[in-house]
Design a protein around this ligand. Structure first.
Ligand code: G3H
Ligand code: ZN
Length: 283
């Protein structure tokens, strides 16, 4: 069965490792991520964005995730990524999500706290974990598109207050990473991560985990990051392969011939991340 993130995040924070949220986009993503987790015996978080849910179908997302959890025996959380409203969050919970993110980061602080509290109250009553967000993460992901100049870092004091008043299980704060492909190297504010992580029980979530140098990832985990979101890097590695295969084999028409190798590429990328995040052997 799917588990809440509280099945592994408290341990991650205590022992100083991070669990990857790998976004799912189709069947091959689910298969690849779970195969990587199985090989390395790692807990997993399937991230499903509203865009991915529209694409795959809500019931398919839940069914595929449940089967992956059952067959692998791994602790797997099915987590709504960047949930935009109370209604969407509740719909996902009703269908079987074990974890949700409510992204109220575009609201003023008071309103974000109030709306997140409402989500936490409903979710915690039935054992579903909640991630909240403060500050705006730049870049593009599905429905979210934030220009670099509009990306604002989280204020540490506000983040601590946000956690105290909402009791979210994972705290996403904007610390300099961005969604999508980086133009330059991200400048991560490790000091903000450290200040907030030291003051709250929940681990910090790092969004935009693709393309962040390994050393910066390690450092962020040391300072208190316990969950790292990765989507773009899997898309880049798998799509590159499909493009090469289709370009050099004009007679290739069987989807299994190009989606199979794409799936292997995702699996390898996820394995690298699991090792880097330190969650290998923690299932
Ligand atoms: O919420 C999902 C992540 O933050 C993914 O970011 O596509 O840059 O890896 P990424
Ligand atoms: Zn994100």
């Amino acid at each position: 069965a799917l588990v809440s993130m509280n099945a592994f995040l408290p341990q991650a924070k205590k022992e100083g490792f991070a669990v990857g949220q790998f976004n799912i986009n189709n069947l091959e993503y689910v298969q690849a991520i779970v195969a990587a987790g199985k090989e390395l015996n790692s807990p997993l978080i399937f991230g499903a964005s509203e865009g991915a849910i529209r694409y795959m179908g809500l019931k398919n997302v839940v069914a595929l995730s449940k089967i992956a959890a059952e067959e692998s025996g791994l602790p797997i959380a099915l987590h709504l990524d960047h949930g935009s409203s109370f209604e969407v969050v509740m719909q996902c919970i009703r269908e079987g999500f074990s974890s949700v993110m409510f992204d109220g980061s575009h609201y003023p602080l008071e309103e974000n706290i109030r709306l997140t509290q409402k989500v936490v109250e409903a979710a915690h009553a039935i054992g579903v974990s909640v991630e909240g967000e403060l500050g705006t993460i730049g870049g593009v992901e599905d429905d979210l598109d934030v220009a670099d100049e509009d990306a604002t870092l989280a204020n540490a004091k506000d983040a601590i207050r946000f956690w105290q008043e909402t009791q979210v299980d994972a705290m996403a704060i904007a610390v300099g990473t961005a969604h999508g492909i980086y133009k330059g190297e991200p400048k991560i504010r490790f000091d903000i991560i450290e200040e907030v992580a030291n003051a709250i029980d929940a681990p910090i979530v790092l969004h935009g985990g693709s393309g962040v140098p390994d050393e910066a990832i390690r450092k962020s985990i040391t300072r208190g990051v316990g969950k790292i979101n990765v989507n773009t890097e899997n898309q880049v590695t798998s799509t590159k392969l499909v493009r090469e295969l289709l370009t050099s084999n004009h007679e290739m028409i069987d989807p299994r011939k190009y989606l199979g190798p794409a799936r292997d590429a995702i699996k390898e990328t996820v394995k690298e991340k699991i090792r880097l995040f330190g969650s290998e052997g923690k299932a």
